[in-house]
Each structure stands twice: as C-alpha cells, then as structure tokens.
Ligand binder design. Structure first.
Ligand SMILES: Cc1cc2nc3c(=O)[nH]c(=O)nc-3n(C[C@H](O)[C@H](O)[C@H](O)COP(=O)(O)OP(=O)(O)OC[C@H]3O[C@@H](n4cnc5c(N)ncnc54)[C@H](O)[C@@H]3O)c2cc1C
Length: 407
C-alpha cells in the first residue's frame, strides 16, 4: 500500500487550494453564502481552470482526470467555502455530467461538456418528488412517448441548481427520472432534461420555484413543475427502463464527492477551533487548550476526521478501479455509502465541537462556523440520499440482499 499521491495529484490539489483562496478567500465565501447567489464570475473561472466534469474520460469528450482528483478538488473547495455552496455546485457538475457522457448521446453531452469547460453550464439531478425522495422506485412523474419526443408530467422538489440552471447558465439541466413503464424500478427512464440552451429556457409547460432554505444558500434549491414538457427521444440515458440503474450509478459517484467536500469543510472548522483553543486564555491566563475538556474533543475530532478522509480517498480510488474493471460495483456502492455516512456525520460533529470550543461567540454570525454546520446538515437530513438509506446499502451488501430489505 502507498498512501502518497502522484506528483500530478499533489500538484492539482495544491493548485485548487490556491485558486479557491484567490476566488473566495478573505471571507468572500461567507459574503457569497449571505448573498444567497453564486457569483457567476467565480463559476466561469472554476470552469476555465478545469474543475467541472473532471473524471469524464477523453474519449467521451472530457478532460480525462480521475475520481481521486475530483475528490481532492472537492476537499479543497469545501475547505475554502465551508458553507459548501460552491462545493455542491461543483460536485453536481462532476458526477452528473459524467453520467450524461457515459450514458447519453454524444451530441447532447458534447454541448454540455463544452459549456462546462467555460464555466457556462449547470447539470445536476432531478429525482426527488413531493411524495418522498428515498423511494426512488416509487417515482410518479410520467413520460409518455410521442413522435420523436417524450411528454413529461410531474413535479420534482428539493432540486439543487434551479436558479443556476434556468437563470444564470448558458446551458442548464438535470438528469431527470420519470416513469415510462409500469410500477417499480424497471419502469423508470432517465432523461437528459436540458430546458436552458443558448441562454434561453425553451421548455413549454415548465414552471419553477426557488425554496427559502436555511443553509448552503449560495446554490439554490427549488421545485420543477412539468406539465407536458417535451424531451427529445435522443435525450434518453442508457435506454428506456434503465433509469433506476443510471441514477444509482450517479448517486454512488456524487456521494464520494459529497463526502470529500464535508471532510474539507470540517478540516477548516477544526483549524479554527485549534487556533481559538491556543489563543483564548482564562483562569489566570491559561490557554483553554490546557483543559482536557477542550483538548480531548479536538483530539477526537481529528481522529474521526482522519478516518473519514482515508475512507473517502479509498472510495475515490476504488471508483477509478471500478471503471478500469478492477473493482466490483458492490464494493464501490458499499464504500460510497459508507463514506457518506462517515464523512457527513463526522463533519457535523466537528462543526459542533468547533462551535463549543469558541463558546458563545460562535453564535454570532460573524464567526461563520454555523454556515458549515448548516452545509453538512443539508447532507445529514437527506441531500444525495438519506443517511438511513446509506445504512441500508451497506447492510444489504454486508449481510446479503436476501436478508436486508428497505421496501
Ligand atoms: C439541500 C438539499 C438539496 C437537495 N438536492 C437534490 C437534488 O438536486 N436532486 C434531487 O433529486 N434531490 C435533492 N434533494 C432531495 C434528497 O435527495 C432527499 O431529501 C432524500 O432523498 C430523502 O428524501 P426525503 O427528503 O423526501 O425524505 P423521505 O424519503 O421522506 O424520508 C424521510 C425520513 O425517513 C427515513 N426513511 C425513509 N425510508 C426509510 C426506510 N425504508 N428505512 C429507514 N428509514 C427510512 C429517511 O432516512 C428520512 O430520515 C435535496 C435535499 C436537500 C435537503
């Protein structure tokens, strides 16, 4: 075993760190979170610097990076913007364009990838419905086949990137899951739903709404209402009836990057807490770090965070091996779900520890740690799959499908 990065990986990680410091350092990240809007100049620069669609292979029109490189980028972006708005934007624009390129028509994916490389696109996932996100096989949105297109009727809720895709990007859309067949997971089809093209929304029957969320405010979360929206047949991903599998592959990959972003953001919080514990002096001028009640929780945070980081790296490395045919899908699914459990739950605890270390002042907005707490909370409550569903995936592969059922 070799726990070091290649020189290319190490250099890439360092260059992302420097770039993000330039773009959102000096507290700009918190101003962005407060404003509730991603500044598109930052997105353009991130695109030009190759931070989107990183793992898409060259033969599919991408830059040909690796999942490990994508995870390293997300770790640094999470550390630079612990509110995680930019990290969420970036991780979606890595995992889902990969799925588009792998399972979609090359003309459709080519257009999106080209715009992503200029930082002029948003491409995410639209799966969740008001009736519940965990039960993907129960999706109700319907797609009826017509002549050269599908007509889609349904509603998607809690969808990331609604404003970014429909108002800010030149090209914007999602992998959208809809029912083309009978009940259950085999009746689902995935579509490249790209309502925004050439800077215009061209989708009759589409309405949207932005929700007022409590955290990671730079990226919007919203509702898509589709009343007979037409999606061309060439936009089907992976074939009719294969949507469930296409989406699960995307979620598995996205979760690795979610975990990486959480590790990065929590690393920032731990650094802040350590700094404070050294400097804050009480009881006759002693640094609070000299009290075990303060230093031990920080030591525990370090232990948990390093365990999470190692698991995330191993999972990203396994994703690269999976696409080279060297690891099984089950291995990757299990590790990805385990990474999301460990990294998100650890990050939330690290933010809590950091806030307790700072004491009452952490409750004042200016200290900004709460922004990270809310960012990781978004993943604790459900984004990119509920934590219980992650436990189900791990248990299913650990114990066996015949024993573990969640439906
Ligand atoms: C900020 C944010 C951004 C999001 N962005 C997107 C996006 O871009 N695209 C998208 O499609 N979705 C998105 N989501 C939605 C997310 O995927 C869902 O929140 C998630 O899948 C859970 O669905 P739900 O919230 O409807 O909860 P439910 O599915 O209603 O679950 C509620 C609770 O019940 C538990 N539960 C459900 N079933 C079981 C079971 N069988 N066993 C044990 N426990 C169970 C869950 O763990 C959860 O705690 C986002 C969510 C958030 C918070």
């Amino acid at each position: 075993m070799d726990f070091s990065f290649s020189s290319e990986e190490a250099l890439f990680k360092e260059s992302v760190s420097r770039l993000m410091e330039r773009l959102v350092g000096g507290g700009r990240w918190a101003e962005i979170d407060e404003s509730g809007v991603i500044p598109w100049d930052v997105v353009r620069e991130m695109g030009r610097q190759g931070l989107f669609a990183i793992p898409v292979p060259e033969d599919l029109g991408g830059p040909g990076g690796s999942w490990l490189m994508a995870a390293l980028a997300l770790e640094e972006i999470g550390r630079s913007d612990p509110s995680m708005g930019l990290a969420v934007f970036t991780l979606l624009n890595n995992a889902w364009p990969f799925i588009l390129a792998r399972h979609g028509d090359s003309e459709v994916s080519g257009e999106v990838l080209e715009a992503l490389s200029r930082g002029e696109a948003f491409y995410g996932i639209a799966s969740t419905e008001p009736s519940g996100g965990s039960d993907v096989a129960g999706i109700k949105t319907r797609a009826e086949a017509g002549d050269g297109y599908y007509k889609v009727v349904g509603e998607k809720i809690l969808i990331s990137g609604v404003r970014e895709a429909l108002e800010q990007a030149e090209i914007g859309g999602w992998t959208l899951l809809a029912r083309t067949g009978s009940g259950g997971h085999r009746g689902l089809t995935a579509f490249a739903f790209i309502p925004k093209r050439n800077g215009r929304v061209e989708a009759e029957g589409l309405e949207y709404e932005i929700l007022d969320t409590i955290g990671r405010k730079a990226i919007s979360t919203g509702i898509l209402r589709l009343e007979g929206v037409e999606i061309p047949k060439k936009n089907v991903l992976g074939g009719e009836g294969r949507g469930f599998y296409v989406a699960m592959e995307g979620f598995t990959l996205a979760r690795i990057l979610v975990a990486a972003a959480n590790v990065g953001a929590a690393s920032w919080a731990l650094e802040k807490a350590v700094e404070w514990a050294r400097e804050r002096r009480l009881f006759g001028g002693r640094p609070i770090a000299s009290f075990q009640g303060v230093s031990f929780p920080l030591a525990e945070a370090y232990v948990e965070l390093e365990a999470a980081r190692t698991l995330v790296y191993r999972t990203a490395w396994t994703a690269d091996r999976f696409y080279r045919g060297e690891a099984s899908r089950e291995q990757l699914n299990m590790l990805s779900a385990a990474s999301k459990i460990k990294a998100v739950e650890t990050a939330f605890k690290v933010f809590e520890t950091a806030m307790k270390t700072l004491g009452g002042i952490s409750f004042v907005k200016e200290t900004n740690i709460y922004r990270g707490l809310l960012g990781s909370l978004s993943y604790l409550v459900g984004a990119e799959g509920a934590q219980n569903i992650m436990r189900y995936i791990v248990a299913r592969d650990l114990i066996g499908r015949d024993y573990v059922k969640h439906g």
